[in-house]
Design a protein around this ligand. Structure first.
Ligand SMILES: [Zn+2]
Length: 273
C-alpha cells in the first residue's frame, strides 16, 4: 500500500495511500501486498528506525576508496575503463550523499519530536516482535509512485501478521521525497506505520473491503473518513506540528531546511574529493 498524492496531482502531505499487489523479492505475488509509503524489517532482538542506505555504507566507502586508488593510476587504464570507473565512483558518491542526507534529517526529526521518534523506534507487531523501520530520503520524483511519502509493507507468505520487503523478511520501508516539508511528511508516514504494524491483519481486511485494487485515485486510498491508519497519520502530523512549534520556542539547536542540508553535505563531499 502506498501513501499518495492529492486530486490536483500536486503533492499534499495530508492525503495519500493506495495499496497494490506487487512482485517483490521472496514474497509470493499473491501474498505480497504493499501498504503505504514505508518499509521496515523485523529482527528478533531490537526494533529500530534505520537509515535505509545504512546496510551498504561500509562496503560503499571501501569500494570508493579502492576505485579512486585505481583511477589515480591512469597509466594502467584504457579510456573506456576510466569512464567505467568514473561512472561507478559517481554512483557510489551519490549513494553516500543520500545516506548522509537521510542521517541528518532523521537526527533533526529525533531532536524535534523525540516522543514520536521513540514510538516508531520501538514498535512491535501484534505478536510482540520488534519491527525495524527503514527510512530513505530520496530526490523529488525519485520513486516510482509520484508521492511525497510512501510506506511499503509486504505481507509475508508464511506469516499473516509479518512483513517482507526489499530489506528481507519482516521488513517495512518508508521513502520520503526531499522537499521543504520532508520531516512533516515523515511524521505522516510514521502515523501510518504506528497503526498498521500492530494491526496489519485486521487492517488488510478493512482495506480490501473499502478500496478497489485497481483504483488510481491514490488520494482516496487509505484515507477514507473512518480509515484508522489515515486517522493515525493525520494525528502524527498534528503532534509533529505541535512539537515543532514547541521546539522553535525552547530549542537551542537550529533546524536546517532540507535543501540547505543537501547543499552543506554536497560542499563537504566536494571538499574531500
Ligand atoms: Zn497518508
Amino acid at each position: 500500500m502506498q501513501n499518495f498524492l492529492t486530486h490536483d496531482q500536486k503533492p499534499s502531505i495530508l492525503n495519500f495511500l493506495p495499496m497494490k499487489i506487487v512482485r517483490r523479492n521472496k514474497c509470493d505475488i499473491k501474498k505480497c501486498i504493499i501498504l503505504f509509503g514505508l518499509i521496515f524489517i523485523l529482527h528478533n532482538t531490537f526494533a529500530e528506525i534505520k537509515n535505509g542506505y545504512g546496510n551498504d555504507i561500509l562496503q560503499l566507502h571501501e569500494s570508493l576508496k579502492n576505485l579512486k586508488s585505481i583511477f589515480n593510476e591512469p597509466d594502467r587504464l584504457t579510456f573506456a575503463r576510466r569512464r567505467q570507473i568514473e561512472s561507478k565512483i559517481a554512483y557510489i558518491e551519490n549513494s553516500i550523499f543520500y545516506y548522509k542526507v537521510t542521517e541528518s534529517l532523521l537526527n533533526q526529526f529525533k531532536m524535534i519530536a523525540p516522543d514520536l521518534y521513540a514510538e516508531i523506534d520501538t514498535i512491535r507487531d501484534s505478536k510482540g516482535r520488534p519491527v525495524n523501520v527503514y527510512i530513505k530520503f530520496v530526490p523529488v520524483n525519485g520513486t516510482q509512485l509520484q508521492a511525497w511519502g510512501a510506506t511499503y509493507i509486504n505481507l509475508s507468505e508464511t506469516d499473516s501478521v509479518a512483513y517482507c520487503a526489499e530489506y528481507g523478511e519482516n521488513a517495512v520501508s518508508v521513502k520520503i521525497w526531499i522537499v521543504s516539508k520532508a520531516l512533516l511528511v515523515l511524521s505522516h508516514e510514521m502515523g501510518h506505520v504506528k497503526y498498521q504494524v500492530p494491526n496489519l491483519a485486521s487492517y488488510l481486511e478493512y482495506y480490501k473491503e473499502h478500496y478497489s485494487p485497481n483504483v488510481d485515485q491514490y488520494d482516496i486510498l487509505g484515507h477514507n473518513a473512518d480509515d484508522p491508519s489515515g486517522k493515525s497519520a493525520i494525528q502524527f502530523e498534528r503532534r509533529f506540528r505541535k512539537e515543532y512549534a514547541n521546539f522553535l520556542k525552547t530549542g537551542s539547536e537550529k533546524i536546517e531546511d532540507p535543501m540547505a542540508i543537501m547543499d552543506a553535505i554536497r560542499k563537504n563531499i566536494n571538499k574531500n574529493i
